[in-house]
Design a protein around this ligand. Structure first.
Ligand code: SAH
Ligand code: AVI
Length: 331
């Protein structure tokens, strides 16, 4: 066993704000989203343990450029970010396995300011997994995991233990519908604390071919990720979706400048949710929207930040302008 392996758990605390399986909010989202003429379930329900694994596989796909591009930007800019912010604490919303986060943690450690990491995620497996790994990789780092919904549970963040960076990476901000995106950014701004910073990853508007390929890879991993939401409903709500009877659909909407993922019913189907007393009918080719992934320009990012009372201070991008990281603070 490594020398610090036994001591490590003492530096981990986990605050779990979700009921087991998160079924209460899934139940509400199904009752809201599957009883309307245009059917929809929010993307947070992709991420059970299997969905989080599938997302990690997506990040490695040749077509899915956002992860490797954001990683490269972080590698170039992490030291500058550490210097500008002087942060003692990194809060990461939708942290997943916090794979790219290590670049920032190492830069803050090198700058001698790092004390605490707070991963926030609906996926308990990823919060626990990254907490265990990080206390071993960063001796002296405290990890306080928050298993919860970042749209509902940010009030449960502890007070900052020094200057704070809230990182929201990967372009996950694009998964919000536009109106709630600004409301959400205002809630985040309220949790920055004195001299705090927001580090926001945004995927950028680009040609439709590149975008559509990123969401419809040749190996079919994104299709499996998309269909996983049906498996989650089957398991957590006792539904009886025939998972293979839905096709993966991903398309670029040039007016709204977002990618949409849907599941298209191959034929007429009836799905029962006995736990909810609900029966849902799908017509042939009827679609269920599972995700939007909005793409940004600098103007759009600055506008959303400004609407949340935040000033865009640095805009870091890659040479091909595929992806951007914004560093922002309270006006
Ligand atoms: N930040 C990582 C992972 C992005 S995937 C990266 O950049 O690669 C999106 C992550 O956000 C998943 O881990 C998912 O579980 C989490 N997530 C999605 N919706 C959420 C919500 N409403 N509240 C908390 N976490 C959420
Ligand atoms: C987490 N989020 C930013 C991803 C995206 O690109 O919108 C989720 C994803 N959906 C399909 N592929 C990846």
């Amino acid at each position: 066993m490594e020398p610090n392996a036994q001591a490590a758990p003492a530096r981990i605390t986990i605050d779990c704000r979700l009921p087991p399986g998160g079924e209460r909010s899934l139940r509400d989202d199904v009752l809201d989203g599957l009883t309307r003429p245009f059917k929809e379930v929010p993307p947070k329900h992709f991420y059970d343990a299997r969905g989080s694994e599938l997302f990690e596989q997506i990040c490695e796909l040749p077509e899915y450029y956002p992860t490797r591009t954001e990683r490269a930007i972080l590698e170039d800019q992490a030291a500058a970010i550490a210097e500008r912010t002087g942060a003692a604490e990194l809060v990461e919303l939708g942290a997943g396995y916090a794979t790219k986060t290590r670049i920032l943690l190492s830069a803050l450690e090198d700058a001698g300011t790092l004390r605490r990491f707070i991963p926030v995620d609906v996926s308990e497996a990823t919060v626990r997994g990254c907490a265990d790994a990080l206390v071993r990789e960063y001796p002296g780092l405290e990890v306080h995991g928050l298993v919860g919904d970042f749209e509902r549970h940010l009030l449960h963040l502890p007070d900052p233990c020094g200057r704070r960076i809230i990182a929201f990476l990967g372009g996950t901000i694009g998964n919000f519908p536009p109106g709630s995106r600004r409301r959400f950014l205002r809630t985040v701004a309220a949790r920055l604390g004195p001299e705090g910073w927001l580090l926001l990853g945004t995927d950028l508007v680009k040609d439709a071919r590149t975008l559509e390929a990123a969401y419809d890879d040749a190996a079919g991993v994104t299709a499996e990720f998309n269909r996983n939401v049906l498996r989650v409903m089957n398991r957590d709500l006792g539904a009886d979706f025939d998972v293979e009877a839905f096709d993966h659909v991903a398309f670029w909407d040039p007016d709204r400048e977002w990618i949409e993922m849907r599941l298209r019913s191959r034929g007429r189907q009836t799905v029962r949710f006995p736990d909810l007393g609900l029966t849902v009918h799908f017509a042939p080719r009827e679609e269920l929207r599972t995700e939007i992934s909005a793409k940004f320009t600098r103007t759009r990012a600055a506008g959303d930040l400004a609407a949340a009372g935040l000033e865009l201070v640095d805009w870091f991008t890659d040479p091909d302008e595929l992806f951007a990281l914004s560093l922002a603070r309270l006006v």
